[in-house]
Design a protein around this ligand. Structure first.
Ligand SMILES: Cc1cc2nc3c(=O)[nH]c(=O)nc-3n(C[C@H](O)[C@H](O)[C@H](O)COP(=O)(O)OP(=O)(O)OC[C@H]3O[C@@H](n4cnc5c(N)ncnc54)[C@H](O)[C@@H]3O)c2cc1C
Length: 415
């Protein structure tokens, strides 16, 4: 059985960023597993655009060399905000080739504790020993299907994350459930593909987000004011954005206040650039789904206002709920040892779980480090914190620890 010092599982923005950081530690043998950018490439729809602003869409490398601008220069592809999904995927793959050229595409099937570390079983049965495991496996297993929709066949009901292309929707009637970005953008894409779409959401109004990078915002507030109120990490509204950009500060706040800020930051909302694209799509708001049944080849819904709908398909834009017990690679015995709250692991510095040497990055870290961890822009903090906890106070890396999470250059990096 081969062995190494650390294994990163996952090759999305968090895994790649963590790998780029840990590779700066001399003598640390770190292996990285995963299909690069697979969630973005397979579980988000063709034609999607990123909601996050320009500087919030960098995948973090320690020297800030692998930026979107550097990718544009290397590839000759030019684009601006909103960043198109296909360009972000290509950027991620380019980042991987630069920072983690020896990425191993195999899935890790099982992580088990053993004295002094962990034993990993790979897809093909190969086993590996390591002292540390960094899990950066994303949110795909956490797709949330409300109870009333469970048990219906996927020909009638699917979650947005099960789709990569809405092109085949022409002529179909589709009910989209939810009032967040994913639901609204899917509705726009289906509408543009020729489907007859209706959005049904519990909220009584849709929150439309301006985004900190918006020129209108700068024009109205003045660049300096906008800069004081919004961090380039682009998570949360004015003022709150600056707190959430600093997870060390967020951690010190009382839990009640953390919950308020978190709720305020990630409430369902759509990017303002969707408004025009949704013209002609009925938005039925303030209504919930009471019952669901099959009706031959169709699905029949009853809403809380007593009205009924029949459609070819229901698309659930109902988001994701973190529950790390859904990470199948965590066997029952290791899972039992991870201290958890509402499905989230309780993490300490370095995003380490209560199992020494086991770290979890990305959305599951949000309970401990705030909602920034749910977004690409949180990967810089996560990777720096991880690096610090693994390399200790290594003088050779001191300049990397000093890197601010929201540097001034991020502001001038706007296209
Ligand atoms: C529709 C939609 C739009 C979004 N838009 C934005 C946006 O505009 N901006 C933003 O910041 N965030 C956005 N997000 C959130 C986004 O998903 C996260 O910010 C980001 O994906 C987190 O990266 P990650 O590395 O944690 O996970 P992922 O990108 O999901 O990567 C997970 C990685 O783990 C690998 N993996 C999983 N299991 C295993 C295993 N057992 N063995 C080996 N490898 C494994 C996968 O192959 C993949 O490489 C959006 C989410 C959705 C659903």
């Amino acid at each position: 059985m081969t062995s190494c010092d650390a294994v990163i599982i996952g090759a999305g923005p968090y895994g790649l960023s963590a790998a780029a950081h840990l590779r700066t530690v001399k003598g640390l043998e770190c292996r990285v597993f995963g299909d690069p950018m697979s969630f973005w490439n397979r579980n988000m729809p063709v034609g999607m655009q990123l909601r996050s602003g320009w500087a919030a869409t960098y995948i973090a490398d320690p020297k800030r060399l692998l930026t979107l601008e550097a990718y544009q220069q290397a590839s000759g592809n030019h684009f601006t905000t909103p960043v198109p999904l296909d360009q972000f995927v290509q950027y991620g793959l380019w980042f991987q080739r630069q920072a983690v050229p020896d990425l191993d595409y195999r899935n890790v099937e099982l992580v088990e504790s053993e004295p002094g570390g962990f034993r990993l079983t790979l897809r093909d049965g190969e086993m590996l020993r390591t002292r540390r495991v960094i899990i950066a496996c994303g949110i795909q297993p956490f797709a949330w299907r409300p109870l009333e929709f469970r048990g219906l066949p996927s020909s009638l009901v699917t979650h947005t994350s099960e789709h990569h292309d809405f092109g085949g929707g022409a002529g179909k009637t589709v009910l989209v459930i939810g009032g967040g970005q994913s639901a609204l953008e899917s509705a726009a894409l289906l509408h543009e593909a020729g489907a007859e779409v209706e959005v049904i959401a519990r909220a009584s109004s849709i929150q439309w987000l301006q985004g900190w990078a918006s020129t209108t915002l700068h024009w109205r507030m003045g660049k300096l004011t906008a800069r004081l109120l919004y961090a380039p990490t682009d998570v949360g509204p004015a003022g709150i954005s600056q707190i959430l950009a600093r997870p060390d500060l967020f951690r010190k706040l009382p839990r009640g206040l953390q919950n308020v800020l978190w709720k305020r930051a990630v409430r369902p909302a759509g990017a303002r650039w969707l408004v025009r694209r949704l013209e002609g799509v009925p938005l039925t708001l303030g209504r919930s789904v009471i019952s669901v049944a099959t009706a031959g080849e169709r699905v029949a819904l009853q809403l809380s206002d007593g009205t009924r709908r029949k459609a070819h398909h229901v698309l659930l834009g109902t988001g994701f709920r973190v529950d790390i017990s859904k990470y199948r690679l965590l066997g029952p015995s290791i899972l039992k040892s991870i201290r958890r709250i509402n499905g989230y692991p309780q993490l300490k510095g370095g995003l380490e779980t209560s199992v020494p040497g086991l770290h979890i990055l990305g959305a599951p870290a949000a309970w401990s480090f705030g909602p920034l961890m749910q977004f690409v822009s949180g990967a810089r903090y996560a990777s720096q914190s991880l690096l610090r906890s693994i390399a200790g106070r290594n003088p050779a890396l001191e300049d990397l620890y000093q890197e601010p999470v929201c540097p001034d250059e991020a502001w001038s990096a706007l296209p």
